[in-house]
Design a protein around this ligand. Sequence first.
Ligand SMILES: [Zn+2]
Length: 270
Amino acid sequence: MPELPEVETIRAQLAPRLEGRTLARVEIFDPRLTRPHDLFEVAEELEGDRVVAVERHGKYLLLRLESGFGLLVHLRMTGGFHWQPVSHERALLELDDGTRVVYRDVRRFGTWLVLEGAELEPYLAAKNGPEPLGPRFTARWLSEQLARRRAPLKAVLLDQRVVAGLGNIYADEALWRARVNPLRPANEISTDDAGRLARAIRAALRTGIERQGSTLSDYRTPEGASGSMQDEFRVYGRDGEPCPRCRTTITKTRVGGRGTWFCPRCQPLQ
Ligand SMILES: [Zn+2]
């Protein structure tokens, strides 16, 4: 599932090709993408408008349009954009310079939502907390959020209102870097641990962006390349392998139904 580094990689490749361009033709092939709104109405709203910016907010992509409207895209499990024709095409944006931007989604959980300018910021503010790579995400803020919750730490970290854009992979990697156990109750995390965790989250996400994300099955960049972050995983998906820091065998457990990997020695429960 695309997380912040994957969505940011896609944004960075879309922006130079889309910004300043008019959406000359918009075709949506799958009613699930826009429901409960009619796919023809959504396509009509977009057609003829000009893209002024391609932004990322947490795991959302936002195409800001000259009219003030915005197209908010959530890729969910397997959504992605491509310059070349691909299988499982769900929508097509044809630009005024002839560029064809294909939206692909194998499992069809992705969503396209058109919002008016005045609706955009409140909608995003309700879904997303601070951007972890931005100035509002501080050790103090994270510490305050954790102190209010008794759920397992990792479950709290996956709440997009706590850390926008963080998902299963980068949460495990950040917890390992910070040497904190994912199962510990969030409100028992010390201020020091929360500070280390905030830094570890930023470091894990930055590494992910540098590697253009991680490709486990479907994710490709718009250029068609795979990410390479999966080669750098320290714990994620590595149960039975030695911890890169202490050589103890990495353990797999579940937190909130999600597969979770950690080192029992570096990340003790107590
Ligand atoms: Zn270890």
